[in-house]
Design a protein around this ligand. Structure first.
Ligand code: XIL
Length: 465
C-alpha cells in the first residue's frame, strides 16, 4: 500500500504536466474504435474550419484529406491487431485525436472465404495453384481448397521431364494423365509444366551436357521428346511452359547477348549446352506443331532483376522475329507468353517488378505470375541460415503481397493468370519461410497477407471509379 502511494506521488507531477499540456494545446480525445483490416470508416471532427488529418502510423491506419480511414495493418502478427492514433488539426492549431484499433478477421478458414477466382475474375481470368496426386480422386479433384478458390492448376512435380520420360524414347504418363484428367473433370484449366529444364530431368537428358552425342542427334532427341509429350496431352493443356529457367542469375549484364549467357555449368541446360541458343526456336516450333491449340510460354524466376529480365526480353523478341520471317502468314507469336515465377522474398522491390512488366509489355506477349510465393524474410535469412521468420518479416511479406497485387492489377490487361505455388504454408516447398497467404492444415486460415491481397483489389477497384 505504502509503495503504491509512493509511486503515485512520484508520478503526480508528470500526470499534472500531461493534463496541463493537453488542455493548453487543445487536444481532445474522441474515443476508440476497432476496424477490421481492409475496412474503411469516416471520422467526423467537431473542430471548426478546414481540418488536416494525420496518422501516427500510415501502415496501420491510413487517413485521407477528408477523414476517411482505412484499417491497413497490424503490429501484433499473432493476434492480428494494431493501433494508430489519427489526429485532426484545425487551422487554429487545436487538435482532436482518435485511437483506431485494427483487427484482422483472425483465423478464418479459407473454405469460408469468397472464392478468389470470382473476386479476381474481372482482372485475372485464370487464378491458380499447384496440384499433387494427394489432391485428386478417381473422378476429379478432391481438395476442397483448390475447388473453391482456383480455376487453373499446375502439377507441382508430376509433369516434369524426369517423371514423364525416365529413359529416352520411353514415357510414363500415368500419374500425369490422372492429374490432368481429374483437373479437367473438375472444370480446371491445366498448365503443362515443364518441357525443357536443367533440373528434375532424367539421366538421359542430363548426360547430354558432357557426352559425345552430336548436336544434330541431340536436336532430334529434343524434338522427339517435345513432340511425344505435347501430342500425348494435345487438347488438354491450356499453356505449356516450353522452357523453364534457361538463364542463370548472374554472370552477364543487361547489354549481354542472350545467346551466349544461358545456363552452361555442370547443372546447365543440356539442350543449350549441346545444341546452342537455336534450341529455343526449335523447341517452341516443335511444341507449336504438336499442339497448335496450346499457348506457349517461357518461364523463369528472379525476373525482377534487370539484367535477367533483359535477357528474357531479348530472347523472346528475337525468336518471335525469326518466326515472323519464316512464317509470314502466321498471325500468332511463337513465344506467346512469359511466366514470371515470382518466388519472392522481403527484398524483392515492387518497383523492379513493375519495371519488368513494362519491359515485357513491349513484346506484345501475355504474362502470367506463374509460381507466386513471398518468403517472410530475406533470401539470406531463409537460405542458408534457415532462420525462423520474425514478426517484422511476416508483416513485411503481407504488405508486399498487397503491393505486388496492386502492380499486377495495374497490368491486368497483359496478365492473364496469377498462380500461387502452394495452398498453405505447411505444404509449401519453402515452408520454413512462411511464404503463402494461408496457413494451417485441417483448417487453413487466412493470413494477413490474404487480407492485403483483397485490400489491393478493393483499392484498385476504387481507383478506377
Ligand atoms: C519445386 C517443387 O515445388 C518442389 O516440390 C520440388 O522439390 C522442386 O521444384 N521453379 C519451378 C518449379 O519451375 O517447378 C519448382 O517447383 C520451384 C521453382
Amino acid at each position: 500500500m505504502k509503495k503504491l502511494q509512493f509511486r503515485f506521488l512520484v508520478l503526480l507531477p508528470f500526470l499534472l504536466t500531461m493534463l496541463v499540456f493537453c488542455v493548453s494545446t487543445g487536444t481532445q480525445k474522441s474515443g476508440q474504435r476497432t476496424l477490421t483490416i481492409g475496412a474503411m470508416d469516416k471520422l467526423a471532427s467537431t473542430l471548426p474550419g478546414n481540418i488536416t488529418w494525420t496518422s501516427s502510423d500510415e501502415d496501420i491506419v491510413s487517413v485521407n484529406e477528408e477523414g476517411y480511414i482505412t484499417a491497413a495493418g497490424f503490429t501484433d502478427f499473432q493476434s492480428g491487431t494494431g493501433s494508430a492514433v489519427i489526429t485532426a488539426t484545425a487551422e487554429n492549431g487545436r487538435t482532436q485525436s482518435f485511437t483506431i484499433n485494427t483487427t484482422m478477421t483472425a483465423l478464418v478458414d479459407m473454405l469460408e472465404l469468397p472464392p478468389m477466382k470470382d473476386q479476381f475474375k474481372d482482372y485475372f481470368p485464370l487464378f491458380g495453384n499447384i496440384v499433387n496426386p494427394r489432391d485428386i480422386g478417381s473422378s476429379g479433384v478432391t481438395n476442397e481448397r483448390l475447388l473453391r478458390h482456383y480455376n487453373v492448376l499446375t502439377a507441382e512435380n508430376d509433369m516434369k521431364p524426369d517423371k514423364l520420360s525416365p529413359s529416352r524414347g520411353s514415357y510414363n504418363f500415368s500419374t500425369a494423365d490422372r492429374l490432368v484428367n481429374a483437373a479437367i473433370e473438375s472444370g480446371f484449366q491445366v498448365i503443362g509444366h515443364t518441357l525443357l529444364w536443367h533440373s528434375q530431368i532424367p539421366q538421359w537428358q542430363a548426360s547430354l551436357r558432357t557426352n559425345d552425342t552430336s548436336p544434330e542427334l541431340a536436336l532430334q532427341y529434343m524434338k522427339d521428346f517435345i513432340t511425344s509429350v505435347v501430342s500425348h496431352f494435345r487438347g488438354r493443356i491450356h499453356t505449356w511452359d516450353v522452357i523453364n529457367e534457361a538463364f542463370p542469375d548472374g554472370g552477364y549484364t543487361a547489354s549481354s547477348n542472350w545467346r551466349e549467357v544461358m545456363r552452361q555449368d555442370r547443372n546447365g541446360n543440356p539442350w543449350y549446352m549441346k545444341i546452342g541458343a537455336d534450341f529455343v526456336y526449335e523447341a517452341f516450333l516443335a511444341a507449336r506443331l504438336a499442339d497448335p491449340g496450346a499457348i506457349l510460354y517461357y518461364n523463369d524466376f528472379n525476373l525482377d532483376q534487370r539484367a535477367k529480365a533483359r535477357m528474357v526480353h531479348d530472347m523472346v523478341r528475337d525468336v518471335n522475329a525469326r518466326y515472323r520471317q519464316t512464317h509470314p502468314a502466321e498471325t500468332r507469336l511463337l513465344i506467346e507468353g512469359i511466366g514470371m515465377q515470382s518466388h519472392h522474398n522481403t527484398n524483392v522491390s515492387p518497383a523492379n517488378v513493375r519495371n519488368t512488366l513494362s519491359l515485357f509489355r513491349e513484346l506484345g506477349v501475355r504474362i502470367s505470375i506463374s509460381e507466386l510465393d513471398v518468403l517472410s524474410q530475406t533470401w539470406g535469412q531463409y537460405s542458408p541460415r534457415r532462420e525462423t521468420p520474425a514478426i517484422s518479416g511476416k508483416i513485411q511479406a503481407a504488405n508486399l503481397y498487397g503491393q505486388y497485387f496492386r502492380i499486377f492489377l495495374e497490368n491486368a490487361d497483359i496478365i492473364e493468370r496469377v498462380t500461387f505455388w502452394g495452398i498453405y504454408d505447411e505444404h509449401s516447398w519453402r515452408r520454413t519461410g512462411l511464404p503463402l497467404i494461408f496457413e494451417g492444415g485441417a483448417v487453413s486460415r487466412a493470413k494477413p497477407a490474404y487480407y492485403k491481397v483483397i485490400e489491393a483489389l478493393e483499392q484498385h477497384r476504387q481507383s478506377l471509379n
